[in-house]
Design a protein around this ligand. Structure first.
Ligand code: 6R9
Length: 575
């Protein structure tokens, strides 16, 4: 029996989605179109719906659209100013010969100009390719080469990682910085932006035209380019409304970097399509800075990730008391399993529940989530968003009954579904091996109430003495132990048991490695979960390998264990 938490009373007004079950029964995506200008005009461009229509609205134009801060800058831009800056940026790109359909990469640390560049490119119908600032030359080259990028917007510091002469398709390199010397290929983005005209005729596109290309790692091979289209805005908008519960007057902060899908779908599109104030903070994580950001901007809706919440929890419960977080009313999480322990911790320190949401780069927007008006079962990802059909399939594509673990799949055809893998039709088809279904690569089960429970990536599931064990369950239990900061669990091949469970653990401040502690942690999992789920081996490490978006890389743990090469680490957080 899992624990069930009744919905908490709303803080300040009703939630947008009052009755999940009723709404899901009757929901139709075509209804969502009525929220957009294109429903009346037939003219489509996501940037128009996100920025320009509010800039043209007397009641909205002077509202802050973007609050930006980092160690050296502290700025804000209204919707009217965002329109002006993105129009200028569109003119800069267009004058340099960039056209509809061209790939324009954006390779820079978070800054207001990153957002102007992205919106400007979208306004001319170009396809944007966000690149995380920590990528090194090889990773940048692979992505620009694969997509035949025509332009990149970058900074002087990152320019050395762009191998321009090895990229024949790359015609223009826009550099955002001081005193940039132009020479035909290299162009000064900053001065051009200042000088550009403030009026721009937006390029109207088709709903099926390309919007954004996100490169993401699979279990094998090179990162693949996942293409999304303008029509995805229906789902960005509606999930913003019902899952994030965005409404007039909200100040919203998504902590993800736009180099990852969460930082674009929910750091650019969803908030602005809903006309809310969006907070962007540059720089690195620190508990004090994060709480100061929530306080300073009176953030009301906050979207972050389990690793961040665990790091905040590790910082201790005292630090949060120094900040006024009274405006906060709704918190969400994505990217990796949200341990029940973290949900309990959230309720304790914030007086609010952290709501899990599940989706992927390929799905483009939230697919399964815990709605604020719904009973929450901590550890479960929640239920499918209205208009989304999910199922658990066996390896032959048959739907499994409740409580059976299998492949988490989605009925194809949701608005923000990827439309292709760039230059790789085979890979794309690989997701749709069972007619009508997109197979996610995650394993999960659905309980008798329709809640989905994440078990791991398909290839991470552990079989030990004939028992199926999801590493997430074990990791969740491990991090409940007071000494454990983070934990990654893999199956280690064993001649007798098939696999045994092996845990890699980093300790919290103040704890020392010892055999006693090891045994204590083992017994803790054994007693808390099940004997067969207790790790037979525990290795202590100072740090666990993680992707830049915070996921513990079990395949690297496995490679450590088996003494194998670790493969492509271009998405790994190695600083
Ligand atoms: C948005 C994003 C996708 C993979 C996905 C799954 C994991 C995402 C999760 C979750 C457990 C959740 N994942 N949300 N696992 N619970 N709520 O993260 O996209 O970087 O493509 O990762 O992340 O394994 O398949 P992406």
């Amino acid at each position: 029996m899992s624990i069930e938490l009744q919905p908490l009373p709303p803080k300040g007004g009703d939630y947008n989605l009052e009755n999940y079950e009723e709404t899901a029964k009757h929901f139709d995506w075509s209804e969502v179109e009525k929220a957009f200008t294109f429903h009346k005009t037939g003219k489509v461009n996501l940037a128009y719906e996100a920025i320009d229509r509010f800039a043209e609205d007397e009641n909205k134009k002077d509202q802050i659209a973007l609050y930006y801060s980092d160690a050296s800058r502290d700025e804000s831009y209204t919707f009217a100013e965002m329109k002006k800056m993105s129009d200028k940026s569109a003119n800069v790109l267009k004058e340099a010969g960039i056209e509809k359909g061209d790939r324009v990469f954006i390779f820079m640390p978070r800054s207001p100009e990153l957002y102007f560049a992205a919106l400007g490119a979208i306004k001319i119908g170009a396809i944007i390719g966000p690149l995380f600032e920590a990528f090194m030359e090889g990773a940048v080259k692979d992505r620009l080469e694969n997509s035949e990028a025509k332009a990149i917007v970058t900074t002087p510091a990152l320019l050395e990682r762009v191998p321009v002469s090895d990229l024949p398709a790359l015609e223009k390199v826009f550099i955002q910085g001081d005193d940039v010397k132009e020479d035909g290929v290299y162009l000064d983005f900053q001065s051009r932006l200042e000088q550009a005209s403030e009026t721009h005729d937006i390029t109207w596109v088709d709903r099926e035209d390309g919007l954004i290309l996100h490169y993401t790692s699979g279990s094998t091979g090179m990162p693949k380019g996942v293409l999304h289209v303008h029509g995805a805005m229906l789902q960005h908008y509606q999930t913003g409304k019902w899952a994030l519960d965005l409404k007039e007057g909200d100040v919203y902060w998504c902590t993800a970097d736009p180099g990852w899908v969460t930082g674009t779908s929910y750091g650019i599109f969803a908030p602005w399509l809903n006309g809310v104030t969006n907070v962007v903070r540059g720089g690195r994580f620190s508990p004090e800075d994060w709480y100061a950001t929530l306080e300073k901007y009176k953030v009301s809706v906050w979207y972050s990730a389990p690793t961040a919440f665990r790091m905040l929890a590790s910082a201790g419960d005292e630090v949060v008391k120094n900040y006024d977080l009274s405006n906060l009313r709704h918190i969400l999480s994505v990217g990796e399993p949200l341990n029940p322990e973290v949900v309990r911790w959230g309720e304790q320190v914030y007086g609010l529940r952290i709501h899990d949401s599940w989706w992927m780069t390929e799905t483009g927007a939230i697919m399964i989530t815990n709605f604020p008006t719904m009973t929450v079962k901590p550890g479960s990802m929640g239920k499918p968003f209205p208009g989304i059909t999910a199922a658990i399939l066996d390896d032959q594509g048959n739907e499994l009954p409740p409580n059976r673990m299998g492949n988490l799949a989605l009925r194809e055809g949701w608005p923000s579904m990827m439309r292709s893998i760039w230059n790789n039709e085979e890979k794309y088809k690989g997701y749709f091996e069972f007619p009508g279904w997109y197979v996610s690569g995650d394993s999960a089960y659905k309980d008798e109430d329709g809640y989905y429970w994440f078990q791991g990536r398909v290839d991470d599931v552990i079989m030990t003495s004939g028992e199926r064990v999801g590493p997430f369950e074990v990791e969740s239990k491990l991090v409940e132990h007071p000494a454990v900061g983070e934990a990654g669990v893999i199956g280690k091949p064993d001649p007798v048991r098939g696999e045994i469970i092996k845990a890699f653990v980093s300790l919290r401040e103040g704890y020392e490695v010892s055999d006693e502690l090891k045994e204590d942690i083992r017994v803790f999992v054994k007693n808390g979960l099940a004997a067969h789920a207790a790790p037979r081996e525990i290795d202590f490490r100072d740090k666990l390998p993680k992707t830049r978006s915070g996921k513990i890389m079990r395949r690297v743990l496995k490679a450590w264990e088996l003494d194998l090469p670790t493969g492509d680490l271009s998405t790994m957080d190695d600083d």
